[in-house]
Design a protein around this ligand. Structure first.
Ligand SMILES: Cc1cc2nc3c(=O)[nH]c(=O)nc-3n(C[C@H](O)[C@H](O)[C@H](O)COP(=O)(O)OP(=O)(O)OC[C@H]3O[C@@H](n4cnc5c(N)ncnc54)[C@H](O)[C@@H]3O)c2cc1C
Ligand SMILES: NC(=O)c1ccc[n+]([C@@H]2O[C@H](COP(=O)([O-])OP(=O)(O)OC[C@H]3O[C@@H](n4cnc5c(N)ncnc54)[C@H](O)[C@@H]3O)[C@@H](O)[C@H]2O)c1
Length: 462
């Protein structure tokens, strides 16, 4: 904290206090400081929260390693002197050192920027002690007219006997090798992403899903193609599975199903069964905030909680998809509104693009076919391209890509773009802008294709 900006008499009084130094909290702090505000951030863990420490960043690093492994398996087909489907040894501990060095650089850059902007960071949990007051673990009290709750969420284990024997995604980032046999419980983002990484890096992965399909929020046709690709990669997908209990026996970990069957021999069982907001011991009762049944802090469209002056952003309020850029966007807009003279600034949670970092990645923005049919009935027009990308064809792999446009009306307004395939994670961002601007199929067709790419399929679909 710069002495020039905070004299002793005002040391404990701020314009804004932020609880949580993750994606949303840091974005709020930086934006408020840009607007000349005196800001304090309370964060008991390493800076950056879930995304930087046990989420997006280390996950993407592992995904990149897994992707490289899969590509190396194809190298012989491209003339390299390597056996077909080669399993080059992967030094997991050495990669973790590099991964953590990269994460350390992010911590350092945050620290530099916080110091530069005169933001006070206290390594403490915070607890509301009134509408304008926050208490630190050592009893220090800070006051401010504005408080932002950005304390995030944590992985949730199901309430079954033996649940404590299972790992959660936080544990995955501490592993130093691929366990030979892994069972993953859940069919959402985390289950799919970690299944792909582990299988590529040497584990035999079985995924047990309560529903009859993976990824309930994604378009059903793309999910069917992804399921086929995963099966070809050797991942065993078990649908309609109700887990009753988890035991350890001589063979390792054993799953007991509700239908009486059991499967054992697992070295690790990982729960990827959703997350719950971090609202325990936040002092919400002192300001009259009651979380909803899912544990989310209630907020209106302006991130305001029922307590005047207290706001919430990110996973803790679950408004919009629980994604890093959503938490950041909500925080920046809130601070632009409170301190930046932009009275209309608020999060627009419609048409948020997102990517599941599967192998290959699945990218989506806007409506699925099912959502469009529910809203527009028969006036929905689907365009699709199911193809084998050049790399897979050259490598004689049967992995396929599926790109799909969901359009409505005579003008064929693009309502949804769904891409499963190599580089879909990088392709979608620009097309998401087009969708948000109201592009029609003709607009896509009027754009000259970039050849030869997978991306050109988006402007060539008929
Ligand atoms: C495995 C995994 C992979 C993910 N991958 C992606 C991805 O690829 N792309 C994407 O967009 N999103 C991804 N996400 C989701 C993304 O990480 C979250 O949506 C995002 O981090 C939420 O930001 P937040 O600021 O709300 O919370 P967080 O980033 O979790 O920050 C909350 C912070 O608050 C702190 N805190 C808790 N209690 C208190 C307290 N009482 N006082 C002070 N501080 C407190 C915590 O220590 C934490 O640092 C992933 C999540 C996981 C788990
Ligand atoms: N690439 C990304 O952007 C990315 C990656 C990871 C996580 N995230 C975010 O983090 C959130 C949390 O991820 P997640 O995968 O934990 O949650 P999720 O909500 O995506 O999926 C949870 C899965 O667990 C299942 N489940 C829940 N309770 C269960 C139980 N008792 N028994 C069996 N199955 C159960 C659900 O049916 C679902 O399939 C995501 O929704 C997403 O917003 C994003």
């Amino acid at each position: 904290m710069s002495a020039a900006r905070h004299d002793d008499s005002a040391l404990l009084h701020f314009d804004l206090i932020v609880l949580g130094g993750g994606s949303g909290g840091l974005a709020a702090a930086f934006r408020a400081a840009e607007h000349g505000q005196r800001v304090a951030v309370l964060e008991p863990q390493p800076l950056g929260g879930t995304c930087v420490n046990v989420g997006c960043v280390p996950k993407k690093a592992m995904w990149l390693a897994a992707d490289l492994r899969l590509r190396m398996g194809q190298a012989a087909r491209f003339g390299f002197d390597l056996p077909i489907d080669t399993q080059v040894a992967f030094d997991w501990p050495s990669f973790i050192t590099d991964r953590q060095r990269y994460i350390h650089m992010i911590h350092e850059s945050y620290r530099t920027r916080l110091d530069r902007d005169g933001i006070l960071v206290l390594p403490s949990r915070g607890r509301l002690a009134g509408r304008d007051r926050v208490e630190c673990e050592d009893g220090t009290c800070l006051t401010a007219p504005h408080i932002v709750l950005a304390a995030g969420s944590h992985p949730q284990r199901p309430d079954i006997p033996g649940a404590a024997l299972g790992a959660i995604s936080d544990d995955f980032f501490r592993w130093c090798e691929a366990p030979p046999r892994v069972a993953i419980i859940g069919g959402g983002y985390i289950a799919i992403e970690l299944a792909g990484v582990l299988q590529a890096l040497g584990s035999q992965v079985d995924v047990f899903v309560r529903e009859q399909r993976l990824l309930r929020q994604a378009d059903a046709e793309l999910v069917a193609q992804l399921q086929e690709n995963y099966c070809q990669q050797g991942i065993d997908l078990v649908f309609g599975y109700g887990l009753k209990a988890l035991h350890r026996d001589d063979d390792g970990l054993r799953l007991e199903a509700e239908d009486g069957t059991s499967r054992g021999g697992y070295d690790e069982v990982m729960f990827a069964t959703g997350r719950r907001p971090n609202t325990a011991d936040l002092g919400l009762d002192t300001v009259g905030i009651t979380p909803d049944a899912a544990g989310n802090i209630p907020v209106d469209a302006w991130q305001a909680t029922p307590a005047p002056g207290v706001y919430a952003v990110g996973d803790i309020c679950g408004c919009g998809p629980t994604l890093t850029p959503v938490a950041i966007a909500a925080a920046r807009r809130l601070c632009d509104r409170l301190f930046g003279g932009k009275p209309d600034a608020k999060l627009d949670a419609d048409n948020v693009p997102s990517v599941v970092f599967s192998h290959p990645p699945l990218a989506m923005v806007g409506m699925t076919e099912a959502q469009a049919r529910a809203q527009y009935g028969a006036d929905v027009h689907i365009y699709r391209s199911n193809f084998r990308p050049m790399r897979e064809a050259l490598a004689e792999s049967s992995q396929r890509s599926l790109f799909k446009l969901v359009c409505t009306g005579d003008e064929r307004r693009v309502r949804g773009i769904h891409l499963l395939g190599d580089a879909a994670d990088e392709i979608l961002q620009g097309f998401a802008v087009a969708l948000k601007m109201g592009a029609t199929l003709d607009d896509l067709h009027d754009t000259i294709a970039i050849h030869p790419t997978s991306a050109e399929e988006v402007v060539l679909m008929r």
